[in-house]
Design a protein around this ligand. Structure first.
Ligand SMILES: Cc1ncc(COP(=O)(O)O)c(C=O)c1O
Length: 363
């Protein structure tokens, strides 16, 4: 069986380093030392990401919520985001009382379409959340242009995209960066955790106060949520971070093998020009996805369908009044995308086997 992602195999490579780090944390003698340990991990991630500051929190969803609050987003503001993403992106917006403004995606890259943002900005729109979906950086040139014109904040959902680049710049530096380090991601802890990046000292200081909740009298209490990462989780991520670029290279090589060996009629998610996709998922687009997924399963290959329901058609967001047909690319893509295994623990041979099965399924 080729699993979608074999956690044991992926973690095995780091197991000694992780165990050593956990032991080091267990032996720390004070909460001050735990805080320092986390601070060191934050500095390492900031350095990796070429960002001035990083703050580690308990999940990617929290990272987004904190970033929205720190940006001053409040009740009845509108925040633009793609209709094709994980529900957490939208939940972060509605959880702070703002209104999610869904926007359609581009058919080739599956990322938010800046042209469609442009025609949907209203005087209530205060921010855009570009989601670097499946690890693929958005068209940041187009997004920055609209954001500048309408004075909108940018909060990047880089949950899938640690290490991804657009125009030689790492994602998470185009606005406030929000990363998930959940087990399923490229930089993965065990269970939930996340990171926020910023290059703005003032924002960094606000966010630090919001997440640490010490007795700081100078910040409105309603803005504070104790949600720092715990030191054990930080120690797992700290063990893996020095190898993140190797993980990305392995995944990009696996993607190249897919592109080379898949039959030409199979479409796949394309990269934006001048960008570096980090392939949290390798996504193919096919009319016959259910049939293909079943066939692959019978042949020992586990696949994933990530986003079956476009967010504007979920029951939870009915109150926004969207209807079928509003975001046609997203609706079509949600019926056709299938994620193939691309873990860094897979070999070129595994990928070739999967491609050979896709070819025989079509014969
Ligand atoms: C695009 C996207 N945004 C946000 C999140 C939320 O991250 P977390 O699960 O760490 O809260 C996820 C999680 O899968 C995600 O896929």
């Amino acid at each position: 069986m080729i699993p979608y992602k074999d956690y044991q195999k992926e973690n095995e490579i780091f197991s000694k380093k992780i165990t050593n780090n956990i032991e080091e944390v267990i032996k720390l003698k004070s909460e001050y030392k735990h805080e320092k340990y986390i601070e060191n991990f934050e500095k390492e991630f900031a350095e990796y990401n070429h960002s001035k500051y990083a703050i580690a929190v308990n999940s990617g969803t929290t990272a987004l919520q904190i970033a929205l609050k720190a940006s001053g987003i409040k009740k009845d503001d509108e925040v633009i985001l793609p209709a094709y993403t994980y529900i957490s992106t939208a939940l972060a917006v509605s959880n702070v009382g703002a209104k999610p403004g869904f926007i359609d995606i581009k058919k080739d890259t599956l990322t938010i379409d800046p042209e469609k943002i442009r025609v949907n900005v209203s005087n209530k729109t205060k921010a855009i959340i570009p989601v670097h979906i499946h690890g693929n950086p958005c068209d940041m040139e187009g997004i920055l242009e609209v954001a500048k014109k309408y004075n909108l904040k940018i909060i990047e959902d880089a949950s899938h995209a640690h290490g991804a680049e657009y125009s030689n710049k790492k994602v998470g530096n185009f606005g406030i960066g929000c990363f998930s380090c959940h087990t399923t991601k490229n930089l993965a802890g065990i269970g939930n955790s996340g990171l926020i990046t910023t290059n703005d000292k003032r924002l960094y200081e606000i966010i630090k106060k919001m997440v640490e909740v010490k007795n700081n009298p100078d910040l409105n209490l309603s803005k504070r949520t104790p949600c720092k990462i715990n030191a054990i989780q930080a120690s797992i991520l700290k063990a893996k971070l020095p190898y993140l670029d190797k993980i990305i290279t392995r995944k990009r090589n696996n993607a190249c093998s897919y592109i080379k060996n898949l039959p030409k009629y199979i479409e796949y998610q394309k990269e934006e020009k001048d960008s570096k996709h980090v392939y949290r998922d390798f996504v193919i687009i096919t009319e016959k996805r259910e049939k293909l997924a079943n066939y692959l399963e019978q042949n020992g290959v586990e696949t994933k369908i990530r986003y079956k329901t476009p967010l504007h058609l979920t029951g939870y967001y009915k109150y926004l009044g969207c209807k079928r047909g509003d975001f046609q690319v997203t609706e079509e893509i949600c019926k056709k995308t299938l994620c193939l295994p691309i873990s860094y623990s897979l070999s070129k041979k595994d990928i070739e086997y999967i491609c050979s099965k896709i070819i025989t399924n079509e014969l």
